[in-house]
Design a protein around this ligand. Sequence first.
Ligand code: AMP
Length: 374
Amino acid sequence: VPPSLAVLGGGQLGRMLGLAAIPLGIEVRFLDPKPDACAGAVGPLVVGALDDPAAIDEVAAGAAAVTYEWEGVDAGAARHAARHAPVRPGARALEVAQDRVTEKETFRALGIPTARFRPVDDGAGAEAAADALGVPMVLKTRRGGYDGKGQTVVHDAAASADAFYALGGVPCIAEALVPFDRELSVIAVRGLDGETRVWPLSENAHEGGILRRSVAPAPGLGPGLQARAAGLATALLDGLDYAGVVAIELFDVGGELLANEMAPRVHNSGHWTIEGAATSQFENHVRAVCGLPLGETATTGNAVMVNCLGAVAEPATVLSVPGAHLHVYGKAPAPRRKVGHVTVVADDAATAAARASEVERAVRAAESAAFPAG
Ligand code: AMP
């Protein structure tokens, strides 16, 4: 019987994990509430809620390991799955990633710099935070926010309590607004033996809170910046006794790196590694959680990844660009939904950028044709 890996979640990240596992002889099966989950194209799909014990039993029984492609997986569900096989990364990584206060406290405890922050539990707490941090400050719900949802920038200290209640009056974190130069991310992987490997940082551009483009290696990335990011990632992975891939989103402030958040899984800003690195984040995640040796993370060239948001670009147009690789996720189109991506790899950064601009024109044309309102 070939070894099998159970994945909680069956979206595009699961699908790309499956595509990386197949050549390794590892069978991947998925749990997802949607019967048409796109990972179902690459492995058996159990349809059920991610926190349904019976569904977890079905997907995890007999697996060599259990992993997940969504950080919202309930830590209790992860512990239930652990009755069948080790869950990697562990439940602790989920708990840290799911609560923005715990996350930033964990970063700080491990020596990883962050923006100044305060937990906020009521209107008075929001005002106290504005006093302590100054304005502008960012108010975010502690749990459940993604793609820029569940957060707001407070410009006027007198309006901080109102901002807290406008977010639903739920537990929040207040953060000093960081005057960053750019947003970077570091993708790293740690094996069962504790070995850690780090890919070159990418520079990420967002639109409406959603990733549009990643450039890797990040422009102007010197050995100092890369070494600092690798140090932060290694501290986090060792601190959590982690197995698998992690992504850490960073603010670059004049060469100083502040950690904003972690994703305990493969990440959109690491999709470029499929063609742009010796080993992709997906393959190394599978290797790590299955206890196999890790692969090299060196680049194969300069990569730019462009997301297809809402609609997939015309394949014939994209594929006419030298060095362009198209990834269609097989999801139903919907406004701003991540339905595919294109990675361009070239020998030099200027060529990669020029070709990516060409790709981006095709991507945007398809998006505005599908959803003219944008
Ligand atoms: P997040 O949900 O924490 O990833 O935040 C979404 C986006 O909001 C980030 O990618 C940043 O562009 C911006 N942002 C979040 N926190 C801060 C902060 N403390 N200072 C400045 N910008 C922030």
